[in-house]
Design a protein around this ligand. Sequence first.
Ligand SMILES: [Zn+2]
Length: 204
Amino acid sequence: MGTFRTLYATLPCSQCRKAIPTDIQFKTGNDGSEKYSEGEVISAKNWPDAAMEYEGLFDVACDKCFFEWRMTLILTEYEVLMELIREGRLTMRLKTTGETLTPERLPSFANDALRDIDQHSPTTVFLLHASEPSPIHRHGSALGKFELEFDGASRNFADQAFDDLVRDRTDLKMKEKGWSHGSDWMSKVIVYLDNHRRIRCRLN
Ligand SMILES: [Zn+2]
């Protein structure tokens, strides 16, 4: 369990449509880290039912678009935090000084976060909530310098209700800004065998 198969294929970047090499991860339920190239003939032993199709996941953007997407995503998350402060649902306090942040103070912290990213490689994922380069995730401690109060209770950034709200609003704003995949960086793709048992993929 926990293993998957990888298909190396070429798919269009969701943003600029440039064809990019990507690796698609998929599971058949009986996997041992097999790796395939698009068009490779797959044996019946490896894929008994040639009619079976599987859903895979891949990164939707080329490096250039991914970098822009990530920068925009972080700024957008801060915009959402500012909104929540304005709506009176969120209070952010600096742990060091106890200062309560006004929405106007937040952009300087957003800029700090963006500067941090600049120091890492464009393909390294580094998000608002992550304390160091890591697989993208929203729960981390980059914002650990703040104390949060959300809807009248003390919270942390991993709090489910808070996280869901920030993610949903960020997703919507990203789409308004023209990012087709919003705050999501993975997309689904179908992996299948053609009539000659050659492995292929197609977008949903
Ligand atoms: Zn692109």
